[in-house]
Design a protein around this ligand. Structure first.
Ligand code: ADP
Length: 204
């Protein structure tokens, strides 16, 4: 985990409470954290959920693995160390969005349980809802979909350290939501996410 490097810094509190912010925005922020193998359907589901939330008048925003790697995390690769730093930063950014009152939809393979747990802990410490959504799929189905041709490359040895092939994916043990996209339609998956948010009074 990253160490605090800077010294002589002091947290500067604001005067607006989260409650006041929620009243202003008429919603409570939260993070929905989609985790799963590449091609499991994380981004597809998050895109559809974001569309529905916005149509219903909720502030929602997606953070997506490849997109973030083109900006904030462009200096990170796929070593275990870089994957951990990637998720650490995204955990922090998700928390900021959720703290701001937004329904933050974070789609990241996030293969290591410890990294996801660290993102959860950040939210827990701040009292911000964190919903881990395990987008489950058999590797064979993900490989068959292969929308970006990455599994093919990984099997051919052209990509090293690919999750599910030669890098581990540690499935969540206690996810708030499990969606199996091998058996559930996209519509059913979106409905399950919305029901989960509704069940936590996050869509009132
Ligand atoms: P990830 O973000 O997990 O890497 P993507 O959403 O980019 O995955 O890709 C998933 C692929 O699987 C897409 O091409 C999508 O159309 C397809 N797919 C097939 N069935 C489903 C489903 N039930 N839910 C989500 N995606 C599905």
């Amino acid at each position: 985990m990253a160490e605090q490097v800077a010294t002589n810094i002091t947290w500067h509190d604001g005067t607006v409470t989260r409650h006041e912010r929620a009243a202003c925005l008429q919603q409570t922020g939260a993070t929905v954290w989609f985790t799963g193998l590449s091609a499991s359907g994380k981004s597809t589901i998050a895109v559809a959920v974001e569309q529905v939330l916005i149509q219903r008048g909720h502030a929602a925003y997606r953070l997506d693995g490849d997109n973030i790697r083109m900006g904030l995390n462009k200096n990170l690769g796929f070593s275990a160390e870089d994957r951990t730093e990637n998720i650490r930063r995204i955990g922090e950014v998700s928390k900021l969005f959720a703290d701001a009152g937004v329904l933050c939809l974070s789609s990241f393979i996030s293969p290591y349980a410890a990294d996801r747990d660290a993102a959860r802990a950040l939210h827990d410490e701040a009292g911000i809802p964190f919903i881990e959504c395990y987008v489950e799929v058999d590797l064979a189905i993900a490989e068959e979909r292969d929308p970006k041709g990455l599994y093919k490359k990984a099997r051919a040895g052209e990509i090293k350290g690919f999750t599910g092939i030669d890098d581990p994916y540690e499935a969540p043990a206690n996810a708030e939501l499990v969606i199996n996209t091998g058996t559930m339609s996209l519509e059913a998956s979106v409905a399950a996410v919305l029901a989960c948010l509704e069940g936590r009074d996050l869509l009132t």
